[in-house]
Design a binder for this molecule. Sequence first.
Ligand SMILES: Cc1ncc(COP(=O)(O)O)c(C=O)c1O
Length: 400
Amino acid sequence: MDPSRRRQLRESLGADAVRHSWADLLATHRTPLLVLDPDAVAAAYRRLSAELTGFGLHYAVKALPHPAALAVIASCGGGFDVATSGEVDQVRALGVPMHRCIHTHPVKKPADIDHAYRAGVRTFVVDNPVEAQKFSGRSGDIEVLVRLAFPNPTAKSDLSTKFGVEPADAELVVKHVLDSGVGFAGFSFHVGSQGSSVHPYRVALQSTLELCDHVDRTLGVRAHTIDIGGGFPVSYRDPMPGVDRIADVVHEALGERRGQFRLLAEPGRFLAAGAMTLLTSVVGTATRGGKVWHYLDDGLYGSYSNVLTEDVHPPILALREVSDTSSAALDDLKPVTLAGPTCDSVDVVARDYPMPPLTVGDIVVSPLMGAYTTVTSSRFNGIAPTPVVVSNAGGGAWTD
Ligand SMILES: Cc1ncc(COP(=O)(O)O)c(C=O)c1O
C-alpha cells in the first residue's frame, strides 16, 4: 500500500473511530467486530447517482444483504438487484415495493421465477434459449432482458466466463424470448467486478447499441432498456478508476441515444464496501523462519473471505496508528505476516505487510469491508460469524 494512501486512511479512520465511538464499542463487544455505517451506503448511493445521471440504480443485494444497508438504499429511492428466492425474501421483508426489484440471475429454476413473480418482480434476465423457454406461457406483464457477455481481463471477477451470450449469438436468444410470449425489454451486461480499466464499459455499450439496431432491423423489435450492471471498483490499497471516469465513458458512449432507453445499473461493491469496518485483535505473535507472524481473531474463512474468494486485498492498519497520528511509532513500519485464526495454512490475510510493532491484545482495523465479506464467510473450525454492530453515528448502536 502506497504510504500516501496509508496516511489518508489514518485520517479518515481516525475520524470514524471518534464518530462511531469505537472505544465504547470495543468496551461493550469483543473482537472481531464489524461496524456498519448506513450513512456510508447513503453517501456512496448519492455519489453514484450524481455521476450516472438518468440511471435507475438497483443495488446488488448479494454484496451485503444486511437489513440496515437495504433500508438505506430503499430510503434513498433505490431499487434492488435480486438473484435468488432468498434475496427476494430479504428485500420483501423490509416492506419495499417489489416493482423496485429486478431479478438478474440468468439461470434459475421455474420455482424461482414463480416466487419472484408472486412477490411482485416483473423484470427478469436470460442468456440462453433454454432459459428463455422457461418463460413460455407466463404472464404478459413480464419483461425480459437478454444478458450479453463481454470479457474483461482487468476484472477481479470476470463474470463473462460464466454468464452472458456472445453479442453475435444474442439474436437467437431474443427470438426465443419473443416466442415465449413475454416482453423483450432489451439488453444487460456486467463488465466484471473490480476492474482496473474503464474501457470495457465503452466496448460493452457500443456493442449493445449496435445490437439494439440489429434486432430492430432483423426481428422488428425495439429494445427499450439497457442495464450496464455493476463492476464499479473500490480503491482498497491502491487507487482504482473513479466512478466519475466511468460515468464520462458511459455518457459519451450513449451520446444522443440515451433518451431512447430506460437506463439501469446494478452496483454492489461500490455501495457496500465503505459501509463496514472490521476491528480484529492480535491473539498471538511468533517468529517463523526469521519472519514475524501475528495471528488475528478474524481471517480468510471469516470476514476476510474477500481475500480468498475475490483476490481483493483490504487495507490493514493498527488502531494505534489511526487514533494517535502523532505517535513516533507511526513510521516504524516493518513487514509482517498477518494470519487468521483457523488451523488452515491458507488462512493468511497478508504477507510482508508493513505494520507498526504489535503485541497480543492490540486492535487491528480494516476499512472497506462491506462488500462480499460476511456473505462469503464460513464457520470453518467452529468459529462463529463476526457480529455486525450498526452504528448510526448520532445516537448509539444496535446489534443484529
Ligand atoms: C448480475 C450482477 N449484477 C451486479 C453485480 C454486482 O457487481 P459489483 O459488486 O461488481 O458492482 C453482480 C456481482 O456478482 C452480478 O452478478
